[in-house]
Design a protein around this ligand. Sequence first.
Ligand SMILES: [Zn+2]
Length: 85
Amino acid sequence: MNDETELSECVECGGVTEPQKMTIDEWWGEELFLFEKVPVRVCRDCGEVYIAADVAKRLETEMQTKSHCYRQVSVPVVAYEEMAA
Ligand SMILES: [Zn+2]
């Protein structure tokens, strides 16, 4: 029994999930973190993304310690109301 087995079937639609590596964005308080090449499972049918518990735990630890952060990016922030005005 491991996380891989648990995550092989999509909870949302019952479809098959497959392993992929993708960039995960995660807010920690006021800070947005980008994690590159995170091993996840993605549903072939509905696109739902699953992160194994041990991987999620690792991301959380990193957000607290930032011990592996290798660069910073700035992102544009836009209020939709301003665009529509
Ligand atoms: Zn699905």
